[in-house]
Design a protein around this ligand. Structure first.
Ligand code: EPZ
Length: 419
């Protein structure tokens, strides 16, 4: 088992290029299944989730090659339609393959994606939409069997919640379907736009991505392209929280300010100065950290749930009391107990966390139980007095490319040790 050892109280400063977005690379890899020929994805982050997605593609008969941050997917061969349980369990977001496998083969069998630390993670919205497109879904002993004998058909779909994964799966199922699909109350996250941009370059006909109504006109075939994955907006937020908590100043090259419009004002209220340019973001914190009255996580363009944990870490040292409300996931406060172990004063009541700023955090042995919660512990450790040891690195490695290198390049004292 690997651990991060962080010696705190180091002010971060410098410039860093943000990695490619995990939450875009995964649906893009799934979309490559729909393209006959060789798709090339640049700026793919080297993450365990990306490697797991490549293993699933390989299992389905694709040829997947990873070279640096470029992933090449050749999807000529006849495509399998079953994802074995052991591969499904490697990453929860493998449900993103459901739409693409159905779009390519008209059938799919995979095990129900398990819940995770964030909660049950149901897929009812995905399945309801696919049924409207002609898919018959049967579930037996935790295995999902989806068949679509007459081929997928366009449908009018209204999502009761703007689910990111459901929106992506519907788009993936609709691009080669017969007829037109309209998604009402679609998710508007930037990753949806990235997926639609890629698919349209391949010859798809998708309009309205990034708005709450997406229209997909089915086409017969998609042709391969080279594409560059968008920057990871959650990693940008993580670096912002690192600058905020250490009183540092960081330039994040490749950051797209429009992807984090709801986050910037929160960090300005915390006492940071944030300057954005077309291809970078500069953040510095020269004034004392201040509490923020209320931060509520919402679907895009609201404050992103993925930025909740690391922002909470920064707020734990702010003067005053902050309130955070997590409206997206039912159990996204698992990092609170570990932050408290480091000296934070945080109380959780249902979906609300009350963060009373303290003067100091202390290094401790803490455990990550999910990806962004783990990142929050690393952020807190950067400012804590003494040394922090973080276990559960496998969670952090799902979303951050060599987090120890990223933070060390900005002046942190971080090392990865193996048991
Ligand atoms: C995506 O998850 C991201 N993952 C998550 O990032 C992100 O937090 C989330 O979107 C919200 O922005 C990837 O893109 C791989 P949802 P997803 O479907 O698609 C409920 C990270 O840290 N729901 O929008 O699973 C669900 O339970 C990860 O990078 C249903 O009830 O998110 C949750 O409460 C974590 N039924 C809410 O909707 C469904 O059928 C949001 O889920 C689907 C979802």
């Amino acid at each position: 088992m690997q651990r991060l050892i962080i010696e705190g109280e180091k002010r971060l400063s410098g410039e860093i290029k943000v990695q490619g977005a995990k939450n875009s690379a995964l649906p893009l890899l799934s979309a490559a299944l729909l393209v006959q020929g060789e798709t090339v994805l640049h700026n793919c982050p080297r993450l365990s989730d990306v490697f797991a997605a490549c293993r699933i593609l390989g299992h389905l008969g694709c040829e997947c090659r990873v070279s640096g941050n470029t992933v090449t997917v050749r999807a000529d061969a006849p495509c399998g339609c079953c994802v074995p349980d052991e591969l499904m369990r490697e990453m929860r977001s493998s449900i993103a393959f459901l739409g693409a496998i159905l779009g390519r083969t008209g059938e799919c069998c995979l095990s129900f994606p398990g819940g995770c630390a964030l909660g049950a993670r149901p897929i009812d919205l995905h399945l309801e939409a696919l049924r409207k497109m002609g898919v018959t879904v049967t579930e037996k002993h935790g295995m999902l069997r989806c068949v679509c004998p007459g081929g997928l058909k366009g449908a009018q779909i209204h999502l009761s919640f703007p689910s990111v994964g459901a929106t992506e799966n519907i788009i993936l199922a609709a691009v080669l379907a017969k007829g037109t699909t309209v998604i009402g109350n679609a998710a508007k996250e930037p990753e949806i736009k990235d997926l639609a941009r890629f698919l349209n370059l391949c010859g798809a006909r998708i309009q309205g991505a990034g708005t709450d109504t997406v229209v997909i006109e089915g086409v017969d075939k998609l042709s391969p392209v080279e594409y560059t994955v968008m920057p990871d907006r959650v990693c940008v937020c993580t670096l912002m929280s690192a600058a905020a908590i250490t009183g540092g100043e960081i330039t994040v090259r490749g950051a797209a300010a429009e992807d984090i419009e709801a986050v910037i004002p929160v960090y300005e209220q915390m006492g940071c100065s944030v300057y954005t340019y077309s291809d970078r973001l500069f953040i510095s914190r020269t004034r004392p950290l201040r509490a923020v009255d209320r931060v509520v996580t919402l679907p895009y363009p609201g404050f992103p749930t993925d930025a909740q944990a690391m922002t909470m870490a920064a707020l734990s040292l702010a003067k005053g009391t902050s309130i955070m409300v997590e409206t997206i996931f039912e159990n996204r406060y698992r990092h609170v107990s570990e932050l408290v172990r480091m000296g934070a004063d945080i109380r959780v009541e249902g979906r609300t966390a009350v963060i009373k700023g303290v003067d100091r955090l202390y290094g401790a042995r803490v455990e990550a139980t999910d990806l962004r919660g783990g990142a929050a512990l690393a952020v807190a450790a950067l400012a804590a007095e003494g040394v922090t040891e973080i276990r559960g690195l496998r969670y952090i490695d799902r979303g951050y490319e060599k987090i120890e290198d990223q933070l060390s390049s900005l002046g942190a004292s971080v090392r990865r040790v193996s048991e």
